[in-house]
Design a protein around this ligand. Sequence first.
Ligand SMILES: Cc1ncc(COP(=O)(O)O)c(C=O)c1O
Length: 434
Amino acid sequence: MHHFRYVGPSLHCESVDLGAVAQLYGTPTYVYSAGTMADNYRRLAQGLEGLDVQICYAMKANSNIALLRHFANLGAGFDLVSGGEIRRVLAAGADVKRSVFAGVGKTEAEIKLALDNGIFAFHVESEPELARINHVAGKLGVKAPIAIRINPDVDAHTHAKITTGKSDNKFGIPLRNAGAAYEAAAKFPHIQIKGVQMHIGSQLTSVTPFVEAVQKVAPFVADLKARYGITYFSIGGGMGIVYKDALASGPAAWWDAQPVEQRPLTPEVYGAALTPLLKPLGLKILLEHGRFMVGNAGVLLSRVEHLKRGAGKNFLVVDAAMNDLVRPAMYEAFHEIVPLHRDTSRHALVADVVGPICESGDCFAKDRPLQEVGEGEYLALMSAGAYGYTMASRYNTRGMAAEVLVHGSTFELINARETFEQMIAGEKIPAFLK
Ligand SMILES: Cc1ncc(COP(=O)(O)O)c(C=O)c1O
């Protein structure tokens, strides 16, 4: 459910006409709905009602500091993966003390930064990392709070590049070795065992793999509680969102109309399936969802440059490109594309929607039926709030897109479009070439 809908012919985000935003700030521009994010946060928290839940929003999905402040105001901590992300939490005026630090290659400097700012826990991915954290904590004369990431070897049935809980993925410690890893952790003088963690993958559209993973590790988690007095279990993130019927899935009525067996995963179904499995553990439960929190809360606005009629194929050339939103090129991901001005009297068109970058992979959609649109008209790529801006690049010397946050009938620029001068600010011509 989200707050994007047509009001008459004009696509709106909450009460804001997106055509007006495109004209004011230009394109490509990401637009986010604060109301959708707040709804997502509350539904997730309520889905596991009765448990002591801490939501650590996986900020890699979208780390604009305005969004971080919004989630912090709602009560969230953060799942972060770098020193840069720690600094973003601080820049947002939020608290690192409610945040967890994941990732397979934390540097000594990053570990120190996390400890200096009172990180809630490190999510440890390997034995050498444990030794490194112990070393840094020792130098600072503190104990580092940790949880070990278990790899439960459960198939998440998602895209191979976002599957993380299989034994051939680089993440975590296999369940069979995890007991020994905890024994090793207990011997380090500067390590405090605080919890246990797992994360099996992203864009999961069924609750079954989550249930399978929790059932698989629950006995081990109970044993850790008895042995080391752990206080929390993080079950990671990964809840999927609707990409194909993105616009239609705004109102609750759409969800009710879907046959139960085809209904995409909701936080209510997720909570109902997992709460009975988690409750007996008597632990704080951490949730690290990213995509679910922001994915359907964002769109990417783009302007039509040309309709190029090729031999047996139409190409709709738009001003956004794979550097702005890499998901279609990287994961063969589907994003629904809709006009900002809907006109049902127009002809339908079937076209590949492509960006201006010099790669055949710079293609948002193949043979997509669309309303006919001409130069200067605007389109929205739906469900672009997660892994959109954060995975963007400057390829082809295209500056980073602008970002706008909508709240009811107001909106504000939360990130200005990058200028050419900003793009080359760190570059210089060496003396030997002058
Ligand atoms: C450890 C961990 N937690 C949470 C997430 C968030 O995943 P999602 O955005 O699918 O919820 C990720 C994604 O890569 C992750 O690696």
